[in-house]
Design a protein around this ligand. Sequence first.
Ligand SMILES: NC(=O)C1=CN([C@@H]2O[C@H](COP(=O)(O)OP(=O)(O)OC[C@H]3O[C@@H](n4cnc5c(N)ncnc54)[C@H](OP(=O)(O)O)[C@@H]3O)[C@@H](O)[C@H]2O)C=CC1
Ligand SMILES: CC(=O)N[C@@H](CCC(=O)OP(=O)(O)O)C(=O)O
Length: 317
Amino acid sequence: MSRKVKIFIDGSEGTTGLRIHERFAEREDVELLPISSELRKDKEERKRLINSSDITFLCLPDAAAEESVSLVENDHVRIIDTSTAHRTMEGWAYGFPELSKEHREAIAAGNRIAVPGCYATGFISLVYPMVAEGLISADYPVSAFGISGYSGGGRKMIAAYEAEEREDALLAPREYALSQAHKHLKEMKKIPGLKREPLFSPIVADYYSGMVVSVPVYTELMNKGRTPQEVWKYLADFYAGSCFVRVMPFGAEEASANMLAGNAMSGRDSLRIYVTGNEDRVLLSSQFDNLGKGASGAAIQCLNIALGCEESKGLHL
Ligand SMILES: NC(=O)C1=CN([C@@H]2O[C@H](COP(=O)(O)OP(=O)(O)OC[C@H]3O[C@@H](n4cnc5c(N)ncnc54)[C@H](OP(=O)(O)O)[C@@H]3O)[C@@H](O)[C@H]2O)C=CC1
Ligand SMILES: CC(=O)N[C@@H](CCC(=O)OP(=O)(O)O)C(=O)O
């Protein structure tokens, strides 16, 4: 029997760390290197475990993720980082294998892999093919909106939403990132190759997990594929054969009661794309779990590609 892959999860008690841990429960090909709860923030202990691992997942705030990378002392350990710290950095593979052969190869060969941000995953799943296939130009003035469950904000936000006594405002969906400085904007611009950052409005609401990210497009401003059906065909062809990204049959009737629920993909690691709209305006929407294809599921997909095993191993599509 071949040796088990040694895996350390730095940040294993956090929201994404716990989900990764859960997904490994039934895997026999990996050995998880444990860290005691008291030592989980101890730099020396983390350094020891990172350097004893074959693969370390970083499920930490950005500053701690940067520190973890600085603790690597050998050239065999592979890092899969779920934070925002390294996503647009030179030398890091962007962990979205469906985008191109080059993305997939960089993940397979890389020892530094950055997992895309959750909103960025939805946005890029829609905009990258639109630009790559020439349906819109790189200077198209893209806007997007999205809704997420509160687990997207990690432990602190979960505690705020699940507190017995909570502010009334938390009962209603809340729009945020109003100053147009959301932390995913950089990757949203860079990965599809847009000339400017999109106008992006996220909303967080009172349910645990799952999200929908939508991008509206005026057909008149497109270069080709000027009917919603044609746009649908381009996207369906782009993702043909992918087991993680499924372009749903054309039209709003595919959504439940003509609505896209934020929590429909909760607990799953795959992503669904919907193309709706009319001859004047097309709406592209991406529905998935912020903790699935939006974080932990994508991180494990990258691990599977790096290990050369079945891409969906241990995941719930
Ligand atoms: N939640 C989501 O849907 C998504 C999250 N991400 C990203 O993944 C990363 C983790 O997020 P998430 O799991 O939600 O966050 P959480 O706040 O739920 O978890 C982070 C964990 O890291 C621990 N931690 C903080 N500082 C250190 C340190 N110096 N050393 C070791 N452990 C530390 C925290 O402990 P303590 O709580 O005690 O401080 C906590 O257990 C973040 O960068 C986040 O932006 C990415 C995509 C989606
Ligand atoms: C609801 C909520 O607060 N969501 C988080 C995004 C979660 C995420 O994707 O974090 P990373 O950037 O580390 O990937 C936010 O908007 O900041």
